[in-house]
Design a binder for this molecule. Structure first.
Ligand SMILES: [Ca+2]
Ligand SMILES: [Ca+2]
Ligand SMILES: [Ca+2]
Length: 425
């Protein structure tokens, strides 16, 4: 027993030393369940297998974390209707908080402005943030937010949107909203599709099981699954016909709120003091975790697998076409260009591979031949590396060369540029 204790202290010591050398472990990893608790204002990680809980971040800006998403760096984005100034019935309340995936440190992305009650958030394919805001006692709205500047643009408002709650993107890039109050008879809600370009609203499904839907998620066939907290149900909606099918009800469920698909295509639902996994085919419920830090679990998200970030590269900057003589024993310069959302100087030179060719090393200390300079004159410092021609894995003729690398933070990047292989003379 003592031996085990000593061994674990040693492991802790080694980990501590690594941490000191700026290799930071992630607080969250792909597949982890991330829950926002609106009773304690905290973000909780739930292990999908053991159900073990740990608090990632709490207090600070967090008050009512109902919307959870992940940005391209793997940081957590939280929509919180009561952060930055509390509950209100006019513009200027709530906002979006970014939580660093390695430190749990909170930063403000956007707050106030047109917001009244921002509840749900997802990252659009162009990198912008889409936020659904229930508008408090007023009508609801869909807001686009620039993740860098935090600037807000309303893309759809009022109409059917009275108390919009959760939403998802479908395969066409449209926004599908669980509307809590509008579109149905009396105060009953509906499932509404919003075109993010025009803001046009279309009711997909109404009546039936729909009373006041809250959370919503989508499968790979665009099939929709929403939670009915009051009626204690999980319901499927056909994306073409709007027809509804009851998937699961009662059982362990008390007040199903947030809903997401995990990597095994099982539904994961936040429900008061529980996280419940539900098989969408059979409706079978399994409690993943309960009690502990879970008091009133609302927002839910599953940490996505490592995403690859597309970046712009320039092989042989300043020259076009990019002719390469594979017979030469030299190096090929390649620039990884920075943008407003990507800092190329965060790339680890050791991980750079251009068509299989690695960065040349020089000197006694094996320094990588990369330098930081603004290659394209946009005032953003780029990373210029020289890769070894002899390692190129590509055939004679025109073709595309792909660069793959990772940042020091472990974010995978990918870029491509054309090359022309010229014969060895
Ligand atoms: Ca409202
Ligand atoms: Ca070039
Ligand atoms: Ca530049």
């Amino acid at each position: 027993m003592k031996y085990v204790m000593r061994l674990s202290s040693l492991i802790f010591l080694v980990t501590g030393v690594l941490g000191f050398n700026n290799v930071q472990a992630n607080l969250i990893n792909p597949g982890d369940i991330v829950v926002g608790d609106i009773s304690t204002g905290s973000i909780i990680k739930v292990d999908p297998n053991s159900g073990a809980q740990s608090v990632i971040s709490s207090g600070g800006f967090l008050v009512s974390p109902t919307g959870i998403a992940f940005d391209v760096n793997g940081d957590i984005l939280v929509a919180d209707g009561e952060a930055f100034g509390g509950t209100c019935q006019t513009n200027g309340c709530g906002g979006v908080i970014r939580i660093d995936r390695t430190t749990g440190v909170q930063t403000e992305v956007t707050s106030g402005g047109v917001f009244i009650g921002p509840l749900a958030i997802h990252v659009a394919s162009d990198g912008d943030l889409i936020i659904v805001d229930d508008g408090g006692a007023q009508l609801g709205q869909v807001v686009r937010v620039d993740p860098v500047s935090g600037s807000q643009t309303v893309i759809s408002a009022a109409g059917v949107l009275v108390d919009p709650q959760g939403f998802v993107f479908n395969q066409q890039g449209n926004i599908v909203i669980a509307e809590g109050t509008g579109g149905g008879a009396g105060f009953n809600g509906s499932i509404v599709i919003v075109d993010p370009q025009t803001g046009a609203q279309t009711i997909l499904s109404v009546g039936g099981h729909i009373v006041s839907p809250l959370g919503i998620t989508i499968d790979s066939m665009d099939g929709l699954y929403f939670t009915e907290p009051g009626a204690i149900k999980i319901v499927y909606v056909d994306p073409l016909t709007g027809n509804q099918t009851l998937i699961s009800s009662g059982g362990f469920l008390i007040e199903p709120s947030g809903i997401e698909f995990d990597e095994n295509e099982q539904l994961v639902v936040s429900d008061r003091t529980q996280v419940i996994r539900i098989d969408p085919a059979s409706g079978t419920q399994t409690v993943v975790s309960m009690g502990g830090n879970l008091v009133r679990a609302a927002g839910i998200g599953i940490v996505p697998g490592s995403v690859v970030m597309e970046v712009v590269i320039d092989i042989k900057p300043g020259s076009d076409p990019n002719s390469i003589n594979l017979g030469s024993a030299g190096v090929i310069p390649v620039a990884i260009l920075s943008s407003w959302t990507f800092d190329a100087t965060t790339v680890d030179p050791e991980t750079v591979a251009l068509a299989g060719a690695s960065v040349k090393m020089v000197g006694k200390s094996d320094k990588f031949l990369c330098s930081e300079k603004d290659v394209n004159g946009d005032n953003l410092v780029d990373l210029l590396c020289k890769v070894q021609t002899a390692e190129f894995m590509i055939e004679t003729g025109d073709s595309m060369a792909v660069l793959e690398a990772q940042t020091w933070d472990g974010v995978s990047i990918r870029g491509e540029d054309t090359i022309r292989i010229v014969p060895d003379r």
